[in-house]
Design a protein around this ligand. Structure first.
Ligand SMILES: NC(=O)c1ccc[n+]([C@@H]2O[C@H](COP(=O)([O-])OP(=O)(O)OC[C@H]3O[C@@H](n4cnc5c(N)ncnc54)[C@H](O)[C@@H]3O)[C@@H](O)[C@H]2O)c1
Length: 374
């Protein structure tokens, strides 16, 4: 198969969808790899590294027109819509339930699109989202520690303390992938860490693997209110799948928090778990409400592209290999997780939530494939 890797053009996006190591694997499987010139630069991969791996460096026009399978990180933006076409399969983060213009562009173009974020294994896990949660979770205490410094507007507290001085207190709301990883780093920094979680099973698991190193408490409105009063750094890490994040931290509760404490609301990409959270960017990451510094960057992993690119491609490559080795139809027939990733096939929406979100007709994937359209 001829596999293309397009350069990301969204502002502040430095990741790339395939590493030179991944390119070599695909070439060794007998596939042809086309990499748009400078696609890897933001992640510190020069064109020559891809060439040494057996890939060809091509232009923007060539990567879109010659590829059979096109790999990207972020969804196409408006200037890329005219490049979408029948006969091309796009494998990338799409998030089209929240993007009607893109959904229509995909449907109208006849392209086949597979979304990283809806690839789902039988146990409901989202393997292509998990590494970004790990990274955002690990970045959260780092960002929080930075903004707790006095010149940055914070309380002026060192999370780890020193001998004879109490360490800082970190409150993590939600003990899933983000919350667990945030807690691991906060503990490593020497902070006192509390995790509030709602799922008893998850809490039992965290107790087993983190016993003695964190305080685990059942999440409730009262518990949150009490714990907020003690915290120097609060990390919002809740998720209710398919829904907006619950507003667990009310504006009133901010009044009870310490002056110049910091809230890192990682759940901001689902609306945030504080009433006062609104999305910010890496260019302008924080703002203050009622004395509490809010850090609400919606694409935290974008700050560390060298790590993020490797973590992402570690999990996407096996699916890319499946698509390349077995063809798109063969791969999605063999692998139910990959099949759940298919959102649009040749003008038909095959992911029910996307069809519902935009009032479009939903076609079962089998029916779309049976119509011989992929
Ligand atoms: N800002 C970013 O750059 C970025 C990057 C990655 C992920 N995220 C977001 O971070 C959030 C967490 O992601 P995740 O992968 O850890 O999800 P996850 O499903 O692994 O974990 C969420 C946890 O929240 C818990 N929870 C739900 N309601 C709760 C409540 N009321 N109180 C306490 N806990 C509650 C769940 O039981 C679960 O354990 C998501 O919104 C995700 O989209 C943001």
């Amino acid at each position: 198969m001829r596999i293309g890797v397009a350069k990301e053009i969204k502002p502040q996006e430095y990741r790339v969808a395939l590493t030179p190591a991944g390119a070599r694997e695909l070439v060794q499987h007998g596939h042809e790899v086309l990499v748009e010139s400078a696609a890897g630069i933001g992640s510190a991969f020069a064109d020559e590294a891809y060439e040494r791996a057996g890939a060809s460096i091509v232009t923007l026009d060539e990567v879109w027109s010659r590829s059979e399978l096109l790999l990207k990180v972020k969804e196409p933006i408006a200037v890329e819509y005219p490049r979408l076409r029948e006969g091309l399969t796009l494998f990338t983060y799409l998030h089209i339930a929240a993007d009607e213009p893109l959904t229509r562009a995909l449907v109208d173009s006849g392209i086949t699109s597979i979304a990283y974020e809806t690839v789902e294994t039988g146990d409901g896990a989202l393997p292509l989202l998990a590494p970004m949660s790990e990274i955002a979770g690990r970045l959260a205490p780092q960002a929080g520690a930075h903004y707790l410094e006095r010149p940055k507007g914070g309380r002026g507290i060192l999370l780890g303390g020193v001998a004879g001085v109490t360490p800082g207190r970190v409150l993590v709301i939600g003990g899933g992938i983000v919350g667990y990883n945030a807690a691991v780093i906060a503990i490593g920094l020497g902070a006192q860490v509390t995790i509030l979680e709602r799922s008893v099973d998850r809490m039992r698991y965290l107790e087993q693997i983190m016993s003695g190193r964190v305080t685990l408490l059942m999440s409730s409105s009262l518990q949150i209110e009490e714990a907020l009063k003690e915290a120097d750094l609060v990390i919002g890490a809740v998720l209710i799948p398919g829904a907006l994040a619950p507003k667990l931290v009310t504006r009133e509760m901010l009044g009870g928090m310490k002056e110049a404490s910091v809230l890192v609301d990682v759940a901001i990409d689902q609306g945030g778990c504080a009433e006062t959270s609104r999305p910010t960017t890496h260019d302008d990451p924080v703002y203050t409400v009622d004395g509490v510094v809010h850090y609400c960057v919606a694409n935290m992993p974008g700050a560390v592209p060298i790590t993020s690119t490797r973590a992402l491609t570690n999990v996407t490559l096996p699916y890319v290999e499946e698509l390349a080795d077995h063809g798109v139809v063969g791969a999605i027939q063999r692998d139910a997780a990959l099949a759940r990733g298919v959102n649009v096939v040749a003008g038909r929406v095959t992911y029910e939530a996307v069809a519902q979100a935009h009032g479009l007709e939903y076609t079962r994937l089998d029916d779309a494939l049976a119509a011989g359209v992929a």
